[in-house]
Design a protein around this ligand. Structure first.
Ligand SMILES: C[S@@+](CC[C@H](N)C(=O)[O-])C[C@H]1O[C@@H](n2cnc3c(N)ncnc32)[C@H](O)[C@@H]1O
Ligand SMILES: [Zn+2]
Length: 276
């Protein structure tokens, strides 16, 4: 089921009027030509210029389209369908829509709401949805810390390599709602780190402080893949947090590689909202 957006200024439910979403207090948000709506405000935790910039979105799209993470998308889509079939799903921090489009195609009876703080990313989500001919997904530029949905309205929230926000996810989920969190496993991309760091380290587990949720299922998905060009290695590196932490010398070492075997490792956790 499609959810209704709430106004990011006053929190009241909005309706479509012409080419805008409008709340009863007449706060108005234009629907972009491609069909998404920008619900970011410039105050508080919603800075308009946050999240992935255009170069990062481009690199993410090129890398994801190469198919290396398709197994992850299909595994998460399958687990999501097992735990909360149908209903309304929020993909929080959805990026450029690769996963959301796969989930929506796998579950035609569910409705998927992607939100991301990067307008460029959300714009690209619409391109994916139109190209795939999907009509069970909608996208908004918004923050995971202030989701533009009514309280107790959603059946599921999915967060893949994106912010995990206990209070806000508990607010929007219905009673017994499901939260799926995808994070890197300890060995994720270890070989990429070994290529740029003298002392590569394994990823540490993050507990996320999910006080309002109880873990119900957990799966570790690990497989090897081969990056087959310097461009692919560069695109993947740009998607990672290591990009910001690497010396010029590390970048130089990386740029000399045109093939690399890497471990893709993901922890997929399924949580259920605890009773009040
Ligand atoms: C590592 S990317 C993951 C994107 C997508 N889920 C994927 O796996 O391809 C993190 C995403 O979170 C978004 N992001 C960062 N802070 C955010 C926030 N406060 N609210 C919503 N999205 C945010 C970024 O713009 C980026 O698209
Ligand atoms: Zn309003």
């Amino acid at each position: 089921m499609q959810l209704r957006y709430i106004c990011p200024v006053c929190g009241r439910t909005m309706d479509i009027s012409g080419h805008s979403y409008v709340c009863p207090a007449r706060h108005s948000f234009d629907i972009a030509r491609k069909g998404y709506v920008n619900l970011l405000t410039t105050s508080g935790r919603n800075p308009a210029k946050a999240g992935d910039d255009p170069d990062m979105v481009k690199a993410r799209t090129a890398f994801l389209d190469s198919g290396h993470y398709e197994r992850l998308a299909r595994t998460v889509g399958g687990m999501a369908g097992d735990h909360a079939p149908g209903g309304s799903v929020i993909d929080s921090g959805c990026g450029e829509g690769y996963y959301t489009a796969i989930y929506a195609a796998m579950q035609p009876d569910a409705f998927f709401h992607g939100i991301d703080i990067s307008k460029t990313a959300v714009n690209h989500c619409m391109t994916r949805i139109h190209a795939a001919g999907l009509n069970n997904a909608a996208f908004a530029a918004a923050s995971s810390y202030a989701l533009p949905f009514e309280s107790s309205s959603a059946d599921m929230v999915i967060s893949t390599f994106a912010p995990v926000v206990n209070d806000e996810y508990a607010r929007v989920l219905k009673k017994d709602g499901v939260l799926v969190v995808v994070s890197p496993s300890p060995r994720h991309l270890f070989e990429l780190k070994a290529a740029v760091y003298d002392e590569p380290y394994e990823n540490k587990a993050n507990s996320y402080g999910l006080d309002s949720f109880a873990e119900e299922d957990r799966r570790i998905l690990e497989y090897q893949t081969t990056l087959v060009s310097a461009q692919q290695i560069h695109d993947l590196f740009l998607m990672t947090p290591y990009f910001y932490k690497t010396s010029a010398e590390g970048m130089e070492r990386l740029s000399r590689l045109d093939r690399l075997d890497v471990t893709c490792g993901f922890v997929i956790q399924v949580f259920r909202k605890k009773g009040e």
